[in-house]
Write a protein that binds this ligand. Structure first.
Ligand code: ATP
Length: 735
């Protein structure tokens, strides 16, 4: 990459539009004191984004605008444009030529552009940094700039080296990261404080919520257990009631028997004669038994007959369906004979009739037979023997299944009628016989009794006892009833109608929990107490806030860790870069010192305090650098400058009178070194030094006439030789 030209207008003494073109290699700018040479160097520094007014030898930013002279008015604005060749693509711009410009108006309007497009300073700085140039780097070097290295303390020198090696930017990043970490830690502390404040409240609420949850869990268990308990208890109570009712009925029976016995005794006592009652009763029992047995036999017979008939009907139905299906197939065939016009109508009627037969609507055989006859007669009258024989064959085929279907239909109907007539009698019961037998037993006991009055007394006693017991049983029934009713009311209250219905209709599946278990569960639930809505809400809010803050704290800690990692990476990169660059500078410094001085020894060392410089010119003893002569000092500075350039490798360098203090021999050494270096680096050297001029590829002269405006013109070395008086000691010259 190469600086091709510079265009200046309105910048300092360059009031008029001025353009300088540069070649690769070395260009020298010469001219008398005050002609504006340094203004040229500053113009370059300015366009590259220099922000320091001091560096530009001014107080206000607008001081760079041409201020006017005796016969020329001030400029409204300063514009400087650098045009670079960008074949190598060092600028990240897709163009072979890149024009970087800066302008400033008196009103303070400032603008940077790249190829005419406005850009932000920061973006421009990035672009320039990528190409290895910029206001802060060693692109434009003035005399005093390098001397700073020698006059600085080791610590301050270390800072200058940090800048020169390019780690300054990283240090700034590191510093920013530290600031960020501090802010992050502060924020984390604030959050931690809030978290600590929340913790006790959250713990209290948490315990309440835990009890609440425990209660809910227990309530669920209780609900299930109580349901099972209800199921079992309902069935138990219902069973108890049933038992009590059965017992009650048994007692009623006993009363009835005792009463019958007592009445029989009493009757016996009254009539005091034997009755024929017994034999009548025996006869009745005999008849009742005979009747019962006959009825049972009849019942069995009729039931079996019904079953047989039922099977027969099903069988006939099946056969009829088969016959009807066959008929249906044949009937389909008859439809093909459209040509048999005369019989078609008859056939249709036959079909209708058959359909009726199949549907069970009619079983009129005579009708069908008459129809068949009619068809036959019609066919007899037909001349077409072929048609007749075909029709006949259809008819024959039709006739058989038709008759079969009708026959089966008739059988089926007959069986159905039989089935309907066969009424099954009521299943006979043996209870009548049993009742009669019981009466007979009582009568027999009375009849055979020898001691009637005692027996009567005993019978009375028995009746009374049974009545008393029955009274107690009624109370028991009532109690069982009440218990069941009470339980049902409780179930209704607790679980509702649907649950009660389920309980009543299906037996329990799980084992019954004990009453004690139910009581204990219920007690524990009431012990846990209830929790109000507000507490629940507060818990949710506090928990949410706590979680949010904890999460936030975690994020902050993550960020902190990330920054720390970045710092570690930066430190490592920085150390690497510094070590690498410093090694280059160290090595080059010693070499350049030797070349420029033609001997001697110099070195840079890294110490605790910073960077130490040792410089021993030829034939001198080691002394502190502050004791070097002006020229020695300048040459040492130049050796250091060249060493730094070796590490930085900028594409072009502007040197502003860095050779002013050198004698001829040293100037020669420097010019040769620059000449050598210019193979790789483009140099624009502002100089008064003849030696330096002599190695330049191109020379520009700068003049300033009475109008106070700098002007540029090309000069050849020959012109200079003619103009310049040889000045062996002092190389300063004016063009
Ligand atoms: P030397 O060889 O002595 O270092 P030089 O050639 O480098 O001199 P400069 O320092 O570049 O000269 O130029 C200084 C001249 O520029 C002065 O005459 C000064 O008045 C003039 N100058 C500086 N700023 C402005 C400005 N804003 N408007 C007009 N002229 C200015």
């Amino acid at each position: 990459m190469q600086l091709k030209s510079i265009e200046i207008q309105g910048f300092k003494s360059f009031a008029l539009k001025t353009r300088l073109d540069f070649d690769a290699g070395m260009t020298a700018v010469v001219g008398p004191n005050g002609s504006g040479k340094s203004n040229l160097a500053e113009a370059i520094r300015w366009v590259l984004g220099e922000q320091s007014n001091k560096q530009l030898r001014g107080k206000a930013s607008t001081d760079v605008i041409f201020a006017g002279s005796e016969n020329k008015v001030q400029s409204p604005r300063a514009i400087v444009r650098l045009i670079f060749e960008n074949e190598s693509g060092r600028f990240p711009v897709d163009a072979a030529e890149v024009a970087v410009a800066r302008s400033l108006s008196r009103s303070g309007e400032s603008e940077y552009t790249v190829n005419g497009d406005p850009v932000r300073l920061i973006d421009l700085q990035h672009m320039l940094a990528e190409a290895g140039i910029g206001a802060k780097t060693y692109t434009v070097i003035s005399q005093g700039m390098v001397d700073r290295y020698l006059s600085a303390t080791p610590a301050a020198r270390r800072e200058l080296f940090d800048e020169a090696t390019g780690i300054r930017a990283m240090q700034i990043k590191l510093h920013e990261a530290e600031k960020k970490i501090r802010a992050t830690q502060h924020h984390a502390q604030e959050i931690e404080t809030v978290i600590h404040e929340l913790e006790p409240r959250l713990a209290v609420l948490g315990r309440q919520i835990q009890r609440h949850n425990e209660r809910q869990d227990l309530e669920k268990v209780f609900y299930d257990k109580q349901s099972t308990w209800f199921e079992h208890t309902w069935h138990e109570f219902s069973h108890d009631l049933e038992i009590a009712q059965i017992h009650g009925r048994e007692l009623d029976e006993q009363i009835a028997q005792a009463r019958a016995l007592r009445q029989a005794y009493e009757q016996r006592l009254l009539s005091a004669s034997a009755s024929p009652h017994n034999s009548v009763l025996q006869e009745k029992i005999h008849q009742a038994r005979a009747h019962y047995e006959a009825a049972t036999q009849e019942y069995i017979r009729i039931t079996q007959e019904r079953e047989r008939l039922d099977a027969s009907v099903k069988d006939v139905q099946q056969k009829r369906k088969a016959a009807e299906q066959a008929l249906e197939e044949k009937r389909g065939q008859s439809l093909y004979f459209d040509w048999l016009k005369t019989t078609r109508q008859l056939l249709r009627r036959a079909q209708d009739l058959l359909q009726q037969v199949m549907n069970g609507a009619s079983s009129d055989r005579t009708n069908i037979e008459a129809l068949v006859d009619e068809i036959n007669t019609t066919l007899d009258r037909t001349d077409d023997s072929m048609s007749v024989s075909m029709a006949r064959s259809v008819l024959t085929q039709l006739e058989k299944p038709l008759q079969e279907a009708a026959r089966l239909q008739a059988i089926e109907q007959e069986r159905k009628a039989q089935l309907k007539a066969l009424i099954v009698p009521v299943k006979p019961s043996a209870s009548e016989v049993e009742l009669l037998e019981r009466q007979l037993a009582v009568q027999a006991a009375v009849d055979t009794s020898a001691t009637l009055p005692e027996e009567l007394e005993a019978a009375r006693e028995k009746e009374l006892m049974a009545e008393r017991e029955a009274g107690a049983a009624r109370v028991a029934i009532q109690q069982a009833n009440q218990a069941l009713h009470g339980l049902e009311q409780e179930i209704l209250r607790e679980r509702g109608t649907k649950f009660l219905q389920v309980v009543q209709h299906q037996p329990p599946t799980n084992p019954k929990p004990s009453d004690q278990e139910i009581r204990q569960l219920s007690g524990r639930i009431s012990q846990l107490g209830t929790i109000d809505e507000l507490t629940l809400k507060e818990y949710d809010e506090v928990k949410q806030r706590y979680d949010h803050l904890t999460h936030q704290l975690q994020d902050i800690r993550d960020t902190e860790r990330n920054i720390q990692e970045l710092q570690a990476r930066l430190r490592q990169e920085m150390n690497q870069l510094f070590t690498q660059q410093f090694a280059v500078i160290q090595r080059s410094f010693s070499t350049y010192f030797l070349t420029l001085f033609g001997g001697g020894k110099a070195s840079l060392t890294l110490s605790e305090e910073g960077i130490e410089i040792e410089a021993i010119p030829p034939h001198k003893r080691a002394r502190h650098i502050s004791l070097l002569s002006g020229g020695e000092r300048a040459l040492t500075s130049l050796a250091l400058l060249l060493a730094i350039l070796e590490a930085q490798r900028p594409p072009f360098v502007v040197l502003d009178e860095v050779d002013a203090a050198l004698d001829e021999a040293n100037s020669k050494n420097l010019s040769e070194t620059l000449r050598d270096k210019s193979k790789h680096t483009q140099f624009i050297v502002i100089t008064h030094n003849r030696q330096t001029m002599s190695v330049a590829d191109v020379l520009y002269g700068v003049t300033m006439l009475q109008d106070g405006i700098s002007k540029i013109y090309s000069v050849s070395m020959k012109e200079i030789e003619e103009l310049v008086e040889p000045a062996p000691q002092n190389q300063r010259m004016n063009v």
